[in-house]
Design a protein around this ligand. Structure first.
Ligand code: ATP
Ligand code: MG
Length: 410
């Protein structure tokens, strides 16, 4: 039955959405590369996934973590870094919980109980001023050592440890950030000796995978702050918008078979969607995962008929226009003034004339050379434009907002 209660679209929540679109490259990186390689003892870097607000960074890694948990891997929850909080406390607590789950407390290996006690202490005091100056091993060393123990246990139980640190751009303390990245990076590159059938030992890497997610601002935190190990041990991907094709594919189950919902008296009822409605959702949401969920959610809630129509999509969207504008404004208003001006100047030109020099001229500058770093950041760091010939908007919602009446519909 079609009702708000059975609505499968989830706008703006931190749970993995039921109606999933695209990101096949990143999912197959996990399933085909990262997991199998780390599980086999081979080296793979950590993954850093950055993107503008609402591009689906958290959802993507939660989906990966869910897939991992389903096959028995040991995954942390989404470890969000609140501004100003001590990252070490949060991560130490999460790793302790995994260690408990792995049965490390019953371990007969030398020093493990002592190590657990040390990390427990870290989970309480964190990377505090007192421990920083104190004698004895750094708190991050204890975390690293515990991760190594956890990795060893994972080898024995044939599981992969998945650590997900979210909102990494909020880690403001330079020393804490660099130490955290070193502890995680050292875990990734650490090798242990394992016995092989027939006698003898070989060295292998630990079955540990690390995902860092957050806003592109993380990229700005100067290289030195993150340390040289960061660049070598983590590979950064910037998430852009979804393709229209991905969105249509995600809606295809509604169009063809219908989406199953619980009906009255325990019977399953299906809700279908007109192909025109699916196309309207894809067009209005401009590839933004958040707007995709929003458009779908509103269209569903507009009526109770078993088929979602194009009119439902349009009527639902009308009530969501404010949120759609706010979404794009959140992206634009976070930009440094120069980048914001760049986008406005670019939008003021006809698509075929969007060259760097023409954009510079529209901004009252002498030459495009002055905009080199700005345009580069908008492309590689933010994924908002692509610097082809001519320049084009990759973020289609930003383009629609700056060049048309969108999100208003006629
Ligand atoms: N692949 C996807 N398919 C469908 N919907 C998605 C997908 N990824 C994310 N979403 C939806 O988009 C919205 C934003 O996702 P999410 O919170 O993961 O983004 P984020 O990049 O982590 O945002 P923020 O920067 O605000 O933390 C959510 O409503 C989520 O359900
Ligand atoms: Mg997020």
């Amino acid at each position: 039955m079609r009702s708000p209660l059975t609505n499968p679209f989830q706008a703006g929540s931190d749970v993995v959405p039921d109606v999933w679109a695209g990101r096949t490259e990143q999912l197959s990186d996990w399933h085909q590369v990262l997991r199998p390689r780390r599980r086999a003892g081979l080296y793979e870097t950590g993954r850093t996934i950055l993107g503008e607000p609402g591009t689906g960074k958290s959802s993507l890694v939660r989906r990966i973590a869910r897939d991992a948990a389903e096959v028995g891997d040991w995954v942390t929850p989404q470890l969000r870094m609140p501004t100003g909080a001590d990252p070490l406390k949060i991560i130490a607590s999460a790793v302790l919980r995994l260690a408990d789950g792995a049965g490390l407390r019953a371990s007969t290996r030398r020093g493990v109980l002592d190590l657990l006690a040390r990390v427990e202490q870290v989970a309480v005091t964190g990377f505090s001023v007192t421990t920083r100056g104190a004698d004895g091993p750094e708190p991050f060393t204890a975390l690293f050592e515990l991760l190594v123990e956890l990795g060893q246990a994972a080898i024995e139980q044939d599981a992969v440890v998945v650590i997900h640190v979210d909102e990494v751009q909020n880690i403001g303390d330079e020393a804490a950030l660099s130490q955290l990245l070193i502890a995680l990076g050292d875990t990734l590159s650490h090798e242990v000796e394992v016995a092989v059938p027939g006698g003898g030992t070989v060295s292998r890497h630990l079955p540990v995978a690390v995902y860092l997610t957050g806003l592109p601002d993380f990229e700005d935190m100067a290289g030195a702050r993150k340390g040289a190990t960061f660049a070598r041990r983590f590979r950064t991907t910037t998430l852009g918008p979804l393709d229209e094709g991905d969105i249509l594919e995600a809606l295809q189950p509604f169009v063809i078979a219908g989406w199953e919902t619980p009906g009255e008296h325990g019977v399953v009822e299906t809700v279908r969607m007109d192909p025109a409605a699916a196309r309207a959702i894809a067009a209005l949401s401009c590839g933004e995962p958040f707007l995709f969920q929003l458009a779908g959610q509103r269209a569903w809630n507009v009526g109770t008929a078993p088929v979602v129509s194009e009119d439902d999509v349009v009527a639902g969207w009308r009530g969501a226009e404010g949120e759609a504008s706010a979404h794009v404004e959140r992206i634009l208003n976070r930009l440094p003034p120069r980048e914001h001006e760049f986008l406005r100047a670019m939008a003021s030109l006809p698509p075929a004339e969007r060259t760097l020099n023409a954009i510079a001229e529209a901004m009252g500058l002498a030459s495009g050379a002055q905009l080199g770093p700005t345009s580069q950041r908008l492309d590689t760091v933010r994924g908002v434009v692509s610097r082809g010939k001519p320049y084009a908007f990759r973020n289609r919602a930003v383009e629609a907002y700056l060049t048309t009446d969108w999100p208003r519909t006629a």
